[in-house]
Design a protein around this ligand. Structure first.
Ligand code: ADP
Ligand code: MG
Length: 388
């Protein structure tokens, strides 16, 4: 068991840069998820680690060993693909045993001479892996007689018996239907906890990444945008792309402007005006709030934004509300101007609100984020709870 390090790895296909100067140190025993949209370079990175693709520049280390010149088979990594690539004419047992039968190990009496594993050794490894994955009863079945979840376990068992330095998994759960997929995630996480080996797992599914990863490495156009724990990626996204890619329901974004107001500054997105604290500069910004950090109440405080509930998604334990904001409450007596529509999404307790209800919205000031026009985080700026 060993860590894997990428050092300034770039891969170009003719004119296209599939992987762009990626540096990433995966610690021994860590479960790292490489997360990105389709075409962002995830599989290419995995294939470079496996030695199936040669990088244009940069280096790959397995443990302390520079492996740039190593053939795939000499890297001793196990790869599991989306398609599992099982042999259809072999039963589960033989699929798992296949690689073991051709493998050679040093002889006890002549360590420099190699021998094949004995039938008994192969059998012990196959059965122990199968048992750990709960497929001990299905070893005589062929892939066509197995469910998607069972085929996936056979592919994992085949990877496990090789005692690899690390597991490379390329979207192995995406062929499973939704119900099996969530239990397969839990099983995979358990397997990792038991094996304590390095897992590098590729997916385009942010919720899969969140549940599985010790850390998430987020890619866009071949560039590594951030590598951090799921909590940090949610609460401290490196930029607006990461902020919108992770978290479900998606972060609420309000594109507005910073304007001077009194001694300080205000975030303005008509009809919304919210005071800012920290180092602000006038100009366009985007305010980002997680829907679960949008507070919705029946009674309004002075800084709350009056709104109307325009949609409710009932999820059982919580509701997702769609709200149309109306801006700060007008001074008493003044006629309320017709507010432009500005919608946000919030997570609330189940059945607290119905469509058509009036509601008062505030954003958790410690959790609201600002981004500049290019999508970079403005870390020094945050919302204030008081008017300046
Ligand atoms: P992902 O796995 O994130 O969907 P890939 O790593 O497969 O993305 O691909 C990244 C980019 O590199 C894509 O735009 C893809 O078209 C391109 N690419 C991948 N493999 C090749 C190849 N063998 N030849 C040419 N272009 C490729
Ligand atoms: Mg891929």
């Amino acid at each position: 068991m060993t860590g894997v390090t990428l050092q300034n790895v770039t891969k170009r296909f003719k004119t296209e840069t599939a992987v762009d100067d990626v540096s990433l140190a995966i610690v021994d025993g860590e479960f790292v998820v490489i997360l990105g949209a389709s075409g962002s370079g995830k599989s290419t990175i995995l294939r470079i680690i496996a030695g199936l693709e040669v990088q244009t520049s940069g280096h790959v280390y397995i443990g302390d060993m520079l492996v740039d010149d190593y053939e795939p088979r000499d890297r001793n990594l196990a790869m599991v693909f989306q398609s599992y690539a099982l042999y259809p004419h072999l039963n589960a047992y033989d699929n798992i045993a296949f690689g073991l039968r051709v493998r050679r190990v040093p002889r006890a009496d002549h360590p420099r001479k190699l021998r094949h594993l004995t039938k008994r050794e192969v059998d012990a490894k196959v059965r122990s892996a199968a048992q750990m994955l709960g497929i001990g009863e299905m070893l005589r079945k062929r892939p066509a007689e197995l469910s998607g979840g069972q085929r996936q376990r056979v592919a994992l068992a085949r990877a496990m018996v090789r005692d690899p330095e690390a597991f490379l998994l390329d979207e192995p759960l995406s062929n499973l239907d939704a119900k099996i997929r969530s239990s397969a995630r839990i099983e995979l996480k358990r397997l990792h906890a038991r094996l304590r080996q390095t897992f590098i797992f590729v997916t385009h599914d942010q919720s899969e990444a969140m549940t599985l990863g010790d850390r998430l490495a987020i890619l866009n156009h071949g560039r590594l945008l951030q590598c951090d724990t799921p909590e940090r990626v949610l609460s401290h996204p490196a930029n607006q792309y990461v902020a919108s890619f992770v978290g479900s329901p998606e972060m609420v974004f309000l594109e507005g402007n910073v304007q001077p107001a009194g001694a300080g500054y205000t975030f303005v997105k008509d009809p919304v005006r919210i005071p800012i604290r920290g180092a602000a500069r006038p100009g366009p910004v985007t305010l980002g709030v997680r829907p679960w950090d949008v507070r919705v109440e029946k009674e309004g405080s002075p800084t709350a934004l009056p709104s109307r509930v325009t949609g409710v998604e009932r999820l059982g334990s919580s509701d997702h509300l769609f709200l149309e904001l109306a801006g700060p409450a007008p001074a008493s007596g003044a006629a309320a101007p017709a507010p432009p529509a500005l919608s946000v999404r919030a997570v609330t307790r189940a059945y607290d609100f119905n469509v058509g209800d009036r509601a008062f919205v505030t954003f958790d000031p410690d959790r609201a984020l600002f981004f500049d026009a290019e999508g970079a985080r403005l870390e020094s700026m945050s919302l204030a709870t008081r008017l300046p």
